[in-house]
Design a protein around this ligand. Structure first.
Ligand code: FAD
Length: 184
């Protein structure tokens, strides 16, 4: 059995990359017990307090904007990111199966959940003598079923964010109430 858990830059599962990159850096100064989050022209992201009186800042920015950030001291860059991937002959889990939009804050949950689904599909498959392809098909259908709603919502919000005026109007309309319901 081969499980691809190699993350968003996996070389095992072919991805459909988009022109977006993740960046991360530390800044002096804590931001208390709140998560600061911004949507702005270059992308979006947030900062949280970490050890040593510092804040950890993570943003997703467009490829065009990358030169403005990558020379910042200590800035780490990853990408291009991919929300979708092509057919894989492996059991791709987590980001290797296609990233969940970072604004959802669910990437790690997705990685753990799909890892558990893959393990279940394999354990059951061995117990009843399923073929590798049958185990993989079982995993793929369960993964798709469990995550299709959130993936669809992520894709809708991603396209809305391309239109700042529409996004701004949406943010003015208490989106947290909708999101709390949808992401529960
Ligand atoms: C800007 C940004 C902000 C985010 N914010 C959040 C957030 O707030 N909350 C959240 O839950 N998620 C967030 N995420 C997403 C989250 O980081 C990922 O979804 C999660 O880490 C995916 O886990 P994974 O195990 O699939 O991949 P990874 O954590 O990337 O792990 C894959 C590992 O495989 C290793 N690897 C790759 N190739 C090989 C190889 N050939 N051999 C051996 N090892 C290999 C890599 O080095 C890596 O250590 C964010 C992502 C970005 C880009």
């Amino acid at each position: 059995m081969i499980v691809d858990a190699a993350g968003k830059l996996s070389r095992f599962t072919e991805r459909r990359a988009v022109d977006q990159f993740g960046i991360q850096f530390y800044e002096q100064g804590a931001c208390g017990n709140v998560l600061d989050f911004w949507f702005f022209r270059d992308g979006y992201g947030g900062a949280v307090t970490v050890e040593g009186g510092q804040s950890n800042a993570c943003f997703l920015v467009s490829k065009d904007a990358l030169p403005r950030y990558r020379n910042k001291p200590g800035c780490r860059v990853t990408g291009p990111v991919a929300y979708d991937r092509r057919e894989s002959e492996f059991l791709a889990i987590g980001d290797a199966a296609g990233m969940i939009d970072p604004f959802c804050g669910e990437g790690m949950r997705h990685a753990l959940d799909t890892g558990r689904l893959a393990a279940q599909a394999v354990a059951e498959g061995f117990a009843i003598g399923r073929s590798y392809d049958a185990m993989r098909a079982r995993y793929e259908s369960e993964r798709a079923e469990r995550w299709k709603g959130k993936r669809r919502l992520g894709a809708i919000m991603r396209s809305v964010l391309k239109h700042p005026r529409v996004a701004a109007a949406g943010f003015g309309w208490r989106p947290e109430a909708v999101l709390r319901h949808l992401w529960a």
